[in-house]
Design a protein. Structure first.
Length: 491
């Protein structure tokens, strides 16, 4: 499903609002999208991005020089659970179950088991991307390439400039394995941008391996499944386009670029090609980030544009990030649900997982476990900190299996009542997300584990542990039957 096909899906399902009035890409679009996101509003299609649309305003220094021609801007496309599931083509629980079936593939026993396993592996291989010769993004070539043709947004007043916020950035490692990640691009001028990848990102790893220069292709306006896959915390070496094909149920079609040896989704709206030099850095930022704070200015690689091509009538995708809830929260929730089966593959004792949106998905994780031995919660904390991008989790809270991790009031009640701070907290040092401004050192600091499970005598709790208050089931059933008779209007 191309992005424009997804727009029609949104339109048919009453999930799209079309804004025909002129709207300024400098702050105004972002403010409108922020209000829509906070209110649970629809996706927004701004038909007329016009600079300095506010009466009497002059473009400020950090505004983008948008020269046109007019290009509609799509925002908030993932901004609800319903839209996210429309984007991915299935309910999250269904997709998670498919991933669960896949990761349960074990060493087969007997002929029947081997045949079944072979079928599952063949099915997975069928979702590998396919390279095609025809590409929609080649309809119009910008000669010379000029980023001023794109209505790039400035989303917050103190941003260092205008940023491309939904790019699928494609690179290859030394062995030719492809990676697609989402790294913001601050527009410096018509031919250069920043390339904001953190040291832990696969794109940054490919950059470190490169001999002097690394080619990069940026696809804008892809199938929303591809856009999501670029944000997913996949293990190194797993092709994001194959993962997108698995989610969609059919392979992603890729087409070769013109000036770099890379392939990008053939149905993309806009493709920007170029390279980053090993020893070149430029000051990038600040940027109003998903933490709700500005990420500070720092030096990042410079992306030099060598080619730009678009569809004949392209759509420009954008998002605003900031204090949650925002559109990116729903992408994070998709990751929470879809990657729970992978987490259980290593930690089968995990019952459920919640990544609170207030923790912006890398600051806090709440897990319920089937506790089997003393110190079990501490084992889970340590394992979580050793798993991929979960190493960034600043707070890990572990509760018993019957606790609803998605109910923040219940989790808080368990923590505040069950935890002895000296016995039940574990503080360690390790990697943190670069955007964490609280740590004394960027990317490194303290993390805390909180064991809110029922304490056992073997864990140092010699006193009797009280029972929880639970009403007699027969009384609850009797009151349910009498509720209408009682005439009470609450439940």
């Amino acid at each position: 499903m191309s992005l424009r096909e997804f727009v029609e899906v949104l339109r048919r399902n009453g999930e799209l609002a079309v804004v025909s009035a002129p709207v300024d890409p400098y702050l105004e679009m972002a403010e409108i999208a922020d209000r829509a996101s906070k209110a649970g509003g629809p996706a927004l299609l701004f038909e007329r991005p016009v600079p300095a649309a506010l009466a009497g305003s002059a473009p400020p220094p950090n505004a983008h020089r948008f020269t046109g021609p007019p290009m509609p801007v799509l925002m908030n496309q993932f901004g609800s659970t319903r839209r996210l599931e429309l984007a991915l083509g299935a309910p999250l629980d269904e997709l998670a179950a498919r991933i669960g079936d896949l990761v349960e593939l074990q060493v087969p026993k007997g002929l029947v088991g081997k045949v079944k396993a072979l079928g599952q592996l063949r099915e997975l291989a069928s979702f590998a991307p396919k390279v095609v010769s025809k590409a929609a993004f080649r309809e119009v070539a910008a000669d010379p390439p000029d980023l001023g043709r794109l209505p790039v947004l400035t989303t917050w007043p103190r941003d260092g400039g205008a940023f491309v916020t939904l790019p699928v950035c494609v690179t290859k490692d030394r062995e030719g394995r492809r990676n697609a990640g989402m790294y913001r691009l601050q527009v410096f001028d018509e031919r250069t941008t920043g390339m904001h990848w953190h040291v832990h990102h696969d794109g940054a790893a490919n950059f470190r391996q490169a001999d002097g220069r690394l080619e990069v292709a940026v696809a804008l306006g892809t199938d929303p499944t591809v856009t999501y896959a670029a944000t997913a915390p996949l293990p190194p070496g797993i092709d994001e386009f194959m993962f997108a094909g698995f989610l969609r149920g059919r392979p992603v079609e890729l087409a070769p670029c013109a000036t770099v040896d890379l392939e990008v989704p053939a149905d993309a709206e806009i493709v920007i090609e170029g390279y980053v030099e090993k020893d070149e850095r430029r000051r990038e930022g600040p940027f109003g980030d998903h933490t709700g704070y500005y990420s500070l200015a720092d030096d990042y690689p410079v992306f030099h544009v060598t080619a730009m091509s678009t569809r004949r009538d392209p759509l420009y995708p954008a998002t605003i990030v900031g204090r949650p809830p925002m559109e990116d929260c729903y992408l994070g929730k998709a990751t929470e649900r879809l990657f729970l089966p992978l987490l259980r593959l290593t930690l089968p004792e995990i019952v459920d997982l919640e990544l609170p949106i207030e923790g912006v998905f890398h600051d806090c994780a709440v897990l319920s476990i089937r506790k089997a031995y003393p110190g079990h919660a501490r084992k889970v904390m340590s394992a979580v900190w050793g798993m991929g991008q979960m190493m960034f989790t600043k707070f890990v809270v572990v509760v018993d299996e019957h606790v609803d991790v998605h109910d923040p009031r219940e989790v808080a009640w368990r923590v505040f009542n069950n935890v002895d701070p000296r016995r039940d907290t574990m503080i360690v040092d390790g990697p943190l997300d670069v955007l964490d401004h609280s740590s004394p050192t960027a990317g490194y600091g303290a993390k805390m584990g909180i064991d809110a499970t029922k304490a056992w005598p073997a864990e140092g709790h010699a006193r009797e542990w009280p029972d929880e208050l639970v009403m007699d089931p027969a009384v609850k059933a009797r009151v349910d039957e009498r509720w209408a008779e009682l005439g009470l209007r609450f439940s």
